[in-house]
Write a protein that binds this ligand. Structure first.
Ligand SMILES: [Zn+2]
Length: 301
């Protein structure tokens, strides 16, 4: 009896297991190869996508510098077209080579370190007519990079600096001592706010520019105006406009003193293109010294 009962119990269990096993077996028998095939396909597809992405990104990296060069060089290529073409009005078509003195006024500013990196990348030197903006550590950086530090007055406040000769020199000596403190250099070069030809000073003190231009030279300073205006403080507010203003101006001259302002990001954005254009056409980029060619506008007050 006991045996019989055990047998009776076992029968349904074994039957159930057999039914279960055979169901899953049937499933795997039917769909197993398909699933295997799909899995292999998925793995292969993943490998192919991975390799493709790697190849594309490697190719993109190789092409990027060329694209940049082409984009920057595009105007240059136009400008160096052979002289068999009809003569054009644009003097930038016949760059004469020579020296370009890039000068940056009214800084340093937050973006001046970026400008220093660009200049350094091309081995170019420039001149910074600084004011007392509070970026003292950048003055140290400018000096360490081998550029010329020059004075543009401490406050750049026309009403203040052109009130009298005493007021002008008091302000000038302030920026002079800031430069000395942060660069260890004694600056000898200066630029008058508004340039020596400014007429604004007339409303504060008649004849002051006539007297100041003589006095600064008597005191051993050298002042510089500019003969190329980037117009970055005027109506040109894009890197492209600044770039074309500068290369057009420099094309006409063997010695260019270029007015720019390192407080505008679009000005700094224009600099790399200017350097590439200049170096490509045989120009050198140098810092002004007391021996550089004189560049004076002429006094109007
Ligand atoms: Zn200025």
């Amino acid at each position: 009896m006991e045996e019989r009962e055990e047998i009776r119990k076992d029968v349904p269990v074994t039957a159930r297991r057999r039914r279960y096993r055979s169901k899953s077996q049937r499933f795997w028998k039917r769909y197993g190869p398909t699933i295997q095939f799909l899995l292999i396909c998925a793995v292969l597809l993943a490998v192919v996508i991975f390799v493709a992405v790697k190849l594309v990104s490697a190719a993109a990296e190789n092409f990027r510098p060329e694209e940049t060069t082409v984009a920057t060089e595009t105007p240059t290529e136009k400008e160096t077209e052979p002289p068999t073409e009809e003569p054009t009005e644009n003097l930038a078509d016949q760059p004469v080579g020579g020296v370009i003195y890039l000068t940056f006024d009214d800084g340093p500013g937050p973006q001046t370190p970026r400008l220093l990196e660009i200049l350094d990348k091309y081995g170019a030197k420039a001149t910074f007519f600084v004011v007392n903006t509070g970026f003292a550590s950048t003055i140290t950086q400018i000096a360490d990079a081998g550029h010329a530090l020059a004075m543009h007055t401490a406050t750049h406040d026309f009403a203040k600096v052109y009130a009298s000769e005493e007021a002008y020199f008091e302000d000038l000596h302030k920026i002079e001592s800031v430069i000395e403190q942060y660069s260890g250099q004694t600056p000898k070069l200066l630029r008058f706010p508004g340039g020596s030809s400014n007429k604004v000073s007339r409303s504060y003190n008649k004849g002051i520019m006539t007297r100041l231009t003589q006095m600064v030279e008597e005191q051993g300073y050298t002042y510089f105006d500019w003969n190329v205006d980037s117009d970055d403080a005027g109506s040109s507010r894009t890197a492209e406009e600044v770039y074309f203003n500068v290369i057009r101006g420099c094309s006409k001259r063997e010695a260019s003193v270029v007015l720019m302002h390192d407080i505008h990001s679009y000005t700094i954005d224009a600099v790399e293109g200017i350097l590439i254009w200049g170096l490509h056409h045989g120009y050198t980029f140098e810092a002004l010294t007391s021996d550089s060619p004189t560049c004076h506008h002429g006094v109007n007050n």
